[in-house]
Design a protein around this ligand. Structure first.
Ligand SMILES: [Ca+2]
Length: 192
């Protein structure tokens, strides 16, 4: 299982002085200034707000399907990231999705430019079940860290591309409760 592989690497690999290739801490620049692009599918309402909490800023995302939307409403923020070759790339992020209940879900993905290969870290949901390349998050709250190079190579049998897209997704399926979540400290690091 990819899931077990992913978790194993969280604990088995230690890094010294990793180089930071991308960091979003929501402290200074706007989402647009940071190069995030927005897209959505279905009908509904969204709200992306940078909120302050104990001197820290983090991104609050609220997504709610309207009743006229047939199956779901989903929003994405994504941006391209360029990586030098032959690096061991690690994705880390803080997530608080403790008020998100399946089938609603939150996901963080990395995919190639053509969208052919996709690695997704998601809160448990039927929405992502039985899909390849999905690592189910064991908690919906906390700091997460994954060696995406190793998981990618194990899963797709080829190295992580130099040009990738990083994507945050919020999905609302059940319109009795909106999908509310917090993101912070999204970081891509690597060492040679
Ligand atoms: Ca922050």
């Amino acid at each position: 299982m990819l899931k077990n592989v992913g978790e194993a690497y969280v604990f088995n690999v230690s890094y010294e002085n990793p180089e930071i290739f991308f960091q979003e801490d929501f402290e200074r620049l706007s989402l647009t200034q940071m190069g995030w692009r927005f897209s959505e599918t279905g009908r509904g309402d969204y709200n992306f707000t940078v909120v302050h909490e104990n001197g820290n800023r983090l991104l609050r995302v609220v997504v709610e399907r309207s009743e006229s939307s047939r199956w779901l409403y989903a929003c994405w923020l994504n941006r391209e990231i360029y990586l030098p070759s032959n690096l061991n790339v690690r994705l880390s992020f803080y997530l608080n999705a403790s008020d998100v209940y399946a089938p609603n879900t939150i996901a963080m993905s990395i995919f190639d430019i053509g969208g052919q290969r996709r690695l997704t870290f998601a809160t448990p949901s039927v929405f992502y079940s039985n899909q390849s390349g999905v690592v189910e998050l064991q908690n919906n709250f906390g700091n997460f860290s994954f060696s995406v190079s190793e998981i990618w190579e194990l899963h797709f049998g080829e190295p992580l591309p130099n040009r990738i897209v990083l994507e945050l997704a919020a999905v609302n399926v059940d319109n009795d409760s909106s999908t509310v979540t917090y993101f912070d400290d999204i970081t891509i690091t690597a060492d040679q």
